[in-house]
Design a protein around this ligand. Structure first.
Ligand code: TRP
Length: 76
């Protein structure tokens, strides 16, 4: 059995609508900094979670973000 968790472990999906979309993970805790940058090219899809290490995500570029809160088109 996995440990209970205080953070949201739901998945969200990013689909790039152009080359060079960046998905940047920011650290959890008192120090909020970039810890990982993932580059997606047009049509690439990646599935992400918020984790013990990742509390926020920044998406740079034209992309569709699918989450339990709905779908966000970064160009709108
Ligand atoms: N090692 C990171 C973590 O467990 C991997 C990761 C999860 C990540 N979600 C992310 C990196 C979102 C960038 C964006 O937290």
């Amino acid at each position: 059995m996995s440990q209970p968790s205080a953070f949201n472990q739901d998945y969200f999906v990013v689909k790039a609508k152009e080359n060079g979309v960046h998905v940047i993970g920011l650290t959890r805790g008192t120090d909020t900094r970039f810890h990982h940058t993932e580059k997606l090219d047009k049509g690439e899809v990646m599935i992400f979670q918020f984790t013990e290490h990742t509390s926020a995500i920044k998406v740079r570029g034209k992309a569709l973000i699918y989450s339990q809160h709905g779908t966000i088109d970064t160009t709108e």
